[in-house]
Write a protein that binds this ligand. Structure first.
Ligand SMILES: [Ca+2]
Length: 478
């Protein structure tokens, strides 16, 4: 080797060494998303209906954020907020892509995703599962920062796949339309199991390279298909077929969370993987509204689609063994927007100035004592909400009456179920928080599209479809 070149290489190595030591190994980042999972349906939140030992163990391995929020009570806007780290109303992604026009709609091209940022930081990036942020070529995951993709593109998908069955690509609900990369693949199996298989294979492909995996299960969204492997474990005393379907999906999800964590442990990655688990919105517990799945948000009030706590406060766990405390609870409000800021900081990446989230690590370790956020805000059509400290100011949608509540004020520390409206007693607090919401709203733009008449109860002409969400029991060999 040329002597001068050798000296240059040695000098470069010497110059970089302190930097690498100071930075330490960069963690893998795993975001596991459940779909429409109720706050009250996991064991650590008090459910005794079916055990969720693996979700409970994941929570116990790190910090359970008991006031963990998402940015919208419906699927796609919530995912747009999480994946960009920005309030989705900043860029007009306020509603689910409208049925029939979805091929024209998606995450605006100017918005960078967490995958973009982590890829720039040198991470391998993968998405397994549901996308729902656009399904024309310009919007596909591979154009939005993901090296690898396996999953489906739209709002919902059947769980039980059959290689020989005819595929159907409907506007919102697809059947047997699983993509690997840009190609559709004929495949048999159960999506929750298959997505885990793909997730483990993705991890194992990366060698020593740090990776970011977004694992977006379709459990426990409708359709409430029952695979006997899991359905047989639902207690016999539960007779409602829809509830049995939902719980079968939950058991499948829980088992697969166990598979993920076992694999991380067995491959020596446990301490070097930062895991976030959350649900994209609350359970859909009211018939016939919004893909009703029997989800239980107790003790919270409200459901998917509403900015009451039941729609936006979700199971939210952060685990990083050795770095974050284990078995801890954190009750100060945090939000899915924080995941991007936290992940980029942990990866040693460059945090863009326009992110709305905060790096949670110093808060969750106790290094920082204050609140990560002075205020959090929500807007979905006519619905509005602000959280500040213990106060929640909310103007929510009554779907049955097709009316807005007007501003109501709740003290969530004393009244997490939002039962006792204190607006009349504290007009100054109402005025102050309403002003804070208006100031935040000044930076939002008009929705790029409106909600669907059959799927979005905030749409003016909303007509719910009572035939949705039938539970079906089927057996597929493993
Ligand atoms: Ca959802």
């Amino acid at each position: 080797m040329n002597k001068r070149l050798l000296i240059s290489i040695l000098a470069l190595g010497w110059a970089l060494t302190p930097l690498l030591i100071a930075a330490g190994p960069r963690p893998n980042i795993l975001v596991i998303l459940a779909d429409d999972l109720g706050y009250g349906d996991v064991g650590v939140h008090g459910s005794r209906v079916v055990p969720t030992p693996h979700l409970d163990a994941l929570a116990a391995s790190g910090v359970r954020c008991t006031s963990g929020y998402v940015t919208a009570p419906i699927c796609a806007p919530s995912r747009a907020g999480f994946i960009t780290g920005r309030y989705q109303t900043r860029f007009g992604f306020e509603h689910n892509p409208r049925v029939g026009d979805e091929n024209k709609l998606g995450l605006p091209a100017g918005q960078q995703t967490l995958a973009d940022h982590l890829r720039t930081a040198g991470y391998a990036t993968g998405l397994v599962g549901k996308w729902h942020l656009g399904f024309s070529p310009a919007y596909l995951p591979q154009t939005r920062g993901f090296d690898d993709y396996f999953g489906f593109l739209v709002a919902m998908h059947n769980f039980i796949l059959e290689r020989e069955a005819a595929p159907k690509f409907e506007a919102a609900y697809s059947r047997n339309m699983i993509y690997r990369g840009r190609e559709r693949q004929k495949i048999s199996g159960y999506t929750t199991d298959l997505f885990t298989d793909e997730a483990l294979a993705f991890m194992d492909r990366q060698g020593e390279k740090p990776w970011f995996l977004y694992l977006a299960y379709n459990a426990v969204h409708t359709p409430l298909e029952i695979l006997s492997t899991y359905g047989d474990r639902v207690p016999a005393e539960i007779t409602d077929p829809d509830r049995r379907g939902y719980l079968s999906l939950l058991i499948g999800l829980d088992d697969n969370i166990g598979r993920i964590r076992t694999h991380l442990r067995e491959t020596g990655r446990e301490k070097n993987t930062l895991i976030f688990f959350f649900s994209d919105n609350g359970g859909a517990g009211r018939k016939p509204f919004l893909s009703y799945n029997t989800g239980n948000n107790a003790p919270l009030r409200g459901d998917k689609g509403q900015v009451l706590e039941g729609g936006i406060r979700v199971p939210f766990f952060v685990s990083w063994p050795g770095t974050l405390p284990a078995g801890a609870n954190y009750d100060k409000p945090v939000i899915s927007l924080d995941i991007a800021a936290t992940a980029i900081a942990a990866a040693g990446g460059v945090t863009p100035p326009d992110l709305d989230g905060k790096n949670l690590i110093p808060f969750l370790t106790g290094e920082k004592k204050g609140h990560p956020h002075d205020t959090l805000h929500w807007r979905l059509g006519p619905q509005r909400a602000t959280r500040s400290g213990n106060w929640k100011l909310v103007d929510w949608r009554n779907f049955a009456a097709k009316s807005q509540s007007g501003w109501e004020l709740y003290d969530l520390l004393a009244d997490v179920g939002e039962k006792n409206n204190l607006a009349a007693r504290h007009p100054a607090v109402v005025a102050e928080l309403a002003q804070a919401w208006e100031r935040w709203n000044e930076k939002n733009i008009a929705p790029r599209w409106q909600g669907s008449s059959t799927e979005d109860p905030t749409a003016p002409e909303f007509r719910p479809n009572p035939k949705k969400s039938p539970a079906t029991s089927r057996t597929v060999p493993r």
